[in-house]
Design a binder for this molecule. Structure first.
Ligand code: DGY
Length: 325
């Protein structure tokens, strides 16, 4: 008998067909609607494999309802939506999709940095709203990127890819990370500094670190206060890393100059969220990895991880820190 798999969102048909070669597949096939929790709770009791997205909270109470579950395959590099400890205790493999989205997410990070510094969204709205009357010396002036100092918090794969992009802009590159990366320092001429130094010396502070208990609220009023008045904060990691209420206050009171946010503490962010009312904030709906090709690669890799795990083999990207053999 084939194992049973649930896919929590509509994905490309060829990928579903590939999984169907090994499993009986049930797809929550509404493209832009999240699977309701009660349906997920119901279905999880029957399945051997789960293909899910960051929108699903795979917590202990859900995992407890899944006696047959062998693998949770997340179509994302981040897996803070999954209780990995509980899964590990129950012998359930957890997998993710690193590498394939690195460059795409770094592209978006840099695009967001540029859009925020040069006020692209504000400028485009200004023009479309028929407000453009004349070229003017101080009209929509922003911050220079070329030659500025950038501080990257989190020098993982995506942090490194962002760092590489700064070279074309002749930027002075600082970084802070859990551990030093001598190879990266050598290759990219970046300097490891304390959080305090990074915050106080950077014109751009880019947050691209995983969301963990240690990085929750990593940036609060205390850290924002250390930043330059002309500084811009970019977050393409996870919302909870930056305290949103503190960021709002800092932006309103001119503690920092602007922010570019692709992620929010609660997603989707409510349309009346205070941060969305500020002209000096560029906001995006968590689209870091959203290129057509990359989303396809992520789905393919998540499927591959799932199938390998169901076959009893080692998935390409196992998150649990134990040996399942
Ligand atoms: C991830 O992969 O963790 C992103 O946030 C979604 O691509």
């Amino acid at each position: 008998m084939k194992p049973k798999v649930l896919i929590t969102r509509k994905i490309a048909e060829p990928i579903i067909e590939k999984i169907q070669e090994y499993a009986d597949v049930d797809v929550w096939d509404q493209e832009d609607v999240q699977i309701p929790r009660d349906i997920l709770e119901n279905k999880i009791s029957e399945i051997d494999g789960l293909f899910c997205l960051i929108t699903e909270s795979i917590d202990a109470s859900l995992i407890d309802k899944a006696p047959n579950l062998k693998v949770i395959s997340n179509m994302a590099v981040g897996y803070n939506n999954i209780d990995v400890d509980t899964a590990t205790k129950k012998g359930i493999m957890v997998t993710n999709t690193p590498e394939v989205l690195t460059e795409t997410t770094a592209d978006l990070t840099f695009a967001l940095l540029m859009a925020t510094a040069r006020r692209l969204v504000e400028a485009s709205d200004f023009l479309r709203d028929g407000k453009w009357e004349t070229w003017s010396p101080n009209l929509l002036t922003g911050q220079d990127i070329y030659g500025a100092t950038i501080g990257i918090i989190g020098m993982g794969r995506i942090g490194e890819a962002v760092a590489r992009r700064t070279k074309g802009f002749n930027m002075n590159l600082l970084y802070h990370n859990r551990s030093r990366k001598p190879d990266v320092e050598q290759e990219l001429g970046t300097t490891y500094v304390s959080m305090e130094t990074l915050l106080s010396e950077s014109d751009f502070v880019v947050v691209i670190t995983p969301y963990t208990a240690e990085t929750k609220n990593l940036i609060t009023a205390e850290q924002l206060k250390l930043m330059k008045k002309n500084a811009i904060l970019i977050n393409t990691a996870r919302g909870g890393i930056v305290n949103e209420a503190d960021l709002y206050e800092a932006l309103v009171n001119g503690v920092i100059w602007g922010a570019g946010l692709d992620v929010f503490e609660k997603e989707p962010v409510p349309a009346d969220h205070p941060l969305l009312t500020l002209p000096n904030v560029v906001t995006l709906p968590h689209i870091g990895s959203a290129s057509i090709a990359t989303r396809m690669k992520m789905a393919e890799l998540a499927a591959e991880n799932l199938i390998l795990a169901l076959k009893g083999e080692k998935p390409k990207h196992l998150v649990n820190k134990i040996d399942f053999s």
